[in-house]
Design a protein around this ligand. Structure first.
Ligand code: SD4
Length: 306
């Protein structure tokens, strides 16, 4: 039988998000509700400059958000390049539950959100606006590896690209059902209209309730190219452990574009139906948070190729 409940999520800030998810899981709640509530934490935190409110803007100064969610029945919903809404994950859930579609983008996604009663807000904080203006001085788009992880990050240099830090969360509930959520403001200072892996079902997130779930963080273009999260889940279906599956997905990225891979970070995180989890990243410094009835604050350093 499944060893739930359990929730895992990307990066150190996953610890706080997991606490919110755990409140639902520990009371026998549904994994879908847990992941939605969990990722609300970084989405609503204006100090977090990589997810939701307070996220770094694109190069035109607009904060555009990407998010998707997937449940145990293969239902999924997604929004991309959504502006002015603090909790894109909940708009993604509404797309899943209230429309015949999977994905809404840009203006249409905003229109739908407003119709659903979400409030239009300004997401650009003075801090993120300042960082953007600083960036405009050089306008160089060059992601810095692990800038999101303070213990590993090279010093932030003015004019350097701040790498972005997505929250991907996977949960297994008491009934043994799996769900996942992924939400981000995307790569800082991206082109207006750029969409990353995070809202793409199969790239930034995938859940198959028979097998497991996977999510990704890092430079989304390389994840999309390799349909990363779907690949991880399919490898688990073939018998790979979560960590082995994440490693193989990373190796595909490295093999396809070795020169690119050296310069960027991509990390995968996976959870299988048995409650086993694992991660693997191109570069050192990828962390994730684990929460179950034994341990509520565990931050694990993922293994890496370099
Ligand atoms: C993107 N994958 O938009 C996201 C960014 C990210 O850690 O996860 N950074 O490509």
């Amino acid at each position: 039988g499944a060893e739930g409940p359990l929730v895992i999520s990307t990066w150190d800030f996953g610890v706080e998000a997991n606490v919110a998810a755990w409140k639902i899981l520990k009371n026998g709640g549904r994994a879908l509700d847990a992941v939605e509530q969990g990722v609300w934490v970084p989405e609503g935190d204006p100090k977090n400059q990589t997810v939701g409110m307070g996220g770094f803007p694109d190069r035109d100064g607009k904060v555009t958000l990407d998010a998707c969610i997937m449940d145990e029945n293969g239902n999924c919903g997604s929004v991309a390049a959504l502006e002015h809404i603090v909790h894109p994950i909940s708009v993604a859930r509404k797309v899943m539950e209230k429309t015949p579609h999977v994905m809404l983008v840009g203006e249409g996604a905003l229109q739908f959100a407003l119709q659903q009663g979400f409030k239009k807000e300004n997401l650009l904080t003075p801090e993120s606006e300042k960082a953007w203006k600083e960036w405009l001085k050089t306008s160089q788009y060059k992601p810095v590896i692990n800038i999101e992880n303070k213990s590993f990050a090279p010093k932030r240099l003015p004019g350097n690209q701040y790498n972005h830090d997505t929250i991907g969360m996977l949960a297994l509930d008491a009934k043994g059902n799996l769900s996942g959520a992924c939400t981000t403001s995307g790569m800082a200072f991206k082109l207006h209209g750029r969409v990353g892996d995070s809202p793409i079902i199969g790239a930034g997130l995938y859940v198959d309730n028979e097998v497991g779930g996977a999510t990704s963080t890092g430079v989304g273009e390389e994840v999309i190219r390799n349909v990363g999260s779907f690949l991880v889940v399919e490898l688990m279906r073939q018998g790979y452990s979560p960590e082995e599956a994440c490693k193989e997905a990373v190796m595909r990225i490295i093999k396809k574009k070795p020169e690119t891979a050296k310069e960027i970070q991509v990390g995968f995180l996976a959870l299988n139906k048995k409650g086993e989890y694992g991660a693997y990243a191109i570069q050192k410094g990828f962390s994730y948070a684990v929460c179950n009835d034994k341990d509520q604050k565990l931050v694990v350093k993922g293994k890496s190729y370099y």
